[in-house]
Ligand binder design. Structure first.
Ligand code: SF4
Ligand code: SF4
Length: 392
C-alpha cells in the first residue's frame, strides 16, 4: 500500500522506495522539465534525456584507472552504483557549439540577427557532489564577472538539480581531499542517497530548496528512521575513506609559482600527446573559440562559439605564432591555471577532484602524481615573474 504524501520542508529527510523513483522523473516532466540523467551507451555511462527510470543503468558499475574505463555488472540492481563517466553536465549549460548570431545582406546593408538564448528547462538527475561544485565554479565564470553570458544564464536559471551522494568511490576520484565530496553539501534542490540493505532498496531524500521540498511533497515518502539515516550517512562516509587518490593542496599556488622551470614539466611533456581530452572531459574547463562561416552566395554568414582547449596550438595563436608552441608549455599552462592562477581569477581551485582527466588521458597522466612530483622534486626551479602569466 502506498504512503500518503508527507509535507516536506527544507532539510527534512524521508524515504522514497526505489520502485517509486520514476514518479520523481514523471513529476518533473509534467512540470515541463527535460530530465537529463545517466544511461548506458557505447560501453560508458553518459548523460542523456531520460523518458523514465527504466533508462537508468540498473545493475552496472565502472572500473576506472589512469587511461582505463570499463563497465561491468554489479551483483545487485543499484541505479547509481558507479562514479562519473566521460560526460559532464557542462554540455547542457555551456554547449559544445552555440550560434551567436546570423548576418544577412540586405541590399547595401548587413542585417545582424542575434540568437535568442534557448529556453530549454532541464532537470539534472544524478549530479554528484564534485559536479555540484563544478557547476558552482562555472556559475562564477559565466555569471560572476562584469559580463554575464546570456545563454548560460537562461539555461542555468531554469535548472532543477537532483544530487546523488556517492556510495561508490571511482578508481580515479579524489574529491574527499578537495573538500568537494562525496556528500553533496549545497547547491541542489533535492539530494538522494541510494541504500540497499537487507533486501530493501530505497533512497534517503533531502530537500535543499523550497521548490525541492514542493516536488518531494508530491511523492509517496515515508518518514526516515534514525537507523535509516545512519545507514545512508555511513555509506557516504565509507566512500570518502575508500578513495584511493588524493591531492595535497597545502600552499599549492606557491608550489606552482615557485616551480615554473621545474624539470618535471619536461618529463610530462614526453608523455603528453596534447590531445586535449583532459580539458574536454573536465567539468570546469570553459575555454572557447569563435568561428565565422559564410555561404557561397555571400548573402548569409554565421558566428559560432565552440569549445576549445589550451592544448591546441591555435588557442594561443597571436600575430603569426603560438605563444605556447611546446607541449611542455601547454601542459604547464593547463595545470598551473587549474590549480593555482584559477584561485586568483575566480577565488577557488579549478579542480573538483572528479578524476575524469586521469581516466580519459590516453597517456594515463595523473595530475595528483604530477603535483606530488613537484612537491617531492627538490628545491624550487624558477619562479614565474608574477605568477599571473599563465592565465588564458
Ligand atoms: S594530459 Fe593526457 S589528456 Fe591531456 S592533453 Fe596530454 S595526453 Fe591528452
Ligand atoms: S582537472 Fe581533472 S580531476 Fe580536476 S575537475 Fe578537471 S577533470 Fe576533474
Amino acid at each position: 500500500m502506498k504512503s500518503a504524501p508527507l509535507a516536506v520542508k527544507r532539510s527534512d529527510k524521508a524515504v522514497l522506495q526505489a520502485e517509486d523513483l520514476d514518479m520523481l522523473i514523471q513529476n518533473l516532466r509534467k512540470r515541463g522539465h527535460q530530465v537529463i540523467g545517466p544511461t548506458r551507451r557505447e560501453g560508458a555511462i553518459v548523460y542523456e534525456e531520460l523518458a523514465s527510470a527504466q533508462n537508468l543503468p540498473a545493475g552496472w558499475t565502472d572500473e576506472q584507472d589512469g587511461g582505463t574505463y570499463r563497465l561491468k555488472r554489479r551483483t545487485d540492481g543499484a541505479l547509481f552504483g558507479y562514479a562519473v563517466g566521460p560526460h559532464s553536465w557542462k554540455e547542457f549549460v555551456h554547449p559544445p557549439a552555440q550560434r551567436l548570431y546570423r548576418a544577412r545582406r540586405n541590399g547595401k546593408q548587413v542585417e545582424f540577427l542575434p540568437e535568442t538564448p534557448p529556453a530549454a528547462k532541464c532537470a539534472f538527475l544524478g549530479v554528484r557532489a564534485c559536479e555540484l561544485n563544478a557547476i558552482a565554479i562555472q556559475d562564477r565564470v559565466f555569471l560572476g564577472g562584469p559580463v554575464v553570458d546570456p545563454g548560460y544564464q537562461s539555461r542555468r536559471q531554469q535548472l532543477f538539480l537532483i544530487a546523488v551522494n556517492c556510495t561508490v568511490a571511482g578508481g580515479t576520484c579524489f574529491c574527499a581531499s578537495m573538500n568537494t565530496g562525496p556528500k553533496a553539501a549545497s547547491g541542489y534542490d533535492v539530494a538522494l542517497t541510494e541504500v540497499m540493505e537487507s533486501g530493501r532498496h530505497y533512497f534517503m531524500t533531502e530537500a535543499g530548496t523550497d521548490r525541492g521540498a514542493e516536488v518531494l511533497s508530491q511523492l509517496p515518502l515515508q518518514r526516515a528512521t534514525s537507523r535509516q539515516e545512519q545507514i545512508a550517512a555511513d555509506m557516504v562516509s565509507q566512500t570518502a575513506r575508500r578513495m584511493a587518490r588524493q591531492m595535497d593542496t597545502t600552499g599549492i599556488e606557491e608550489l606552482f609559482y615557485r616551480n615554473y622551470e621545474h624539470p618535471r614539466w619536461d618529463d610530462v611533456a614526453k608523455r603528453c600527446l596534447t590531445c586535449a581530452n583532459c580539458t574536454l572531459v573536465c567539468p570546469t574547463c570553459f575555454c572557447t573559440t569563435v568561428e565565422d562561416t559564410a555561404d557561397l552566395t555571400g548573402q548569409h554568414a554565421e558566428r559560432w562559439r565552440k569549445w576549445d582547449s589550451c592544448f591546441t596550438l591555435d588557442f594561443s595563436y597571436i600575430a603569426g605564432g603560438s605563444v605556447r608552441s611546446s607541449s611542455r608549455a601547454r601542459y604547464r599552462q593547463w595545470l598551473t591555471h587549474k590549480l593555482a592562477t584559477w584561485m586568483d581569477q575566480f577565488g577557488t581551485s579549478g579542480c573538483v577532484g572528479c578524476g575524469r582527466c586521469i581516466t580519459w588521458c590516453p597517456a594515463a597522466i595523473d595530475l595528483t602524481e604530477e603535483v606530488r612530483a613537484l612537491r617531492e622534486g627538490g628545491p624550487a626551479r624558477g619562479a614565474a615573474p608574477t605568477g599571473k602569466e599563465t592565465k588564458p
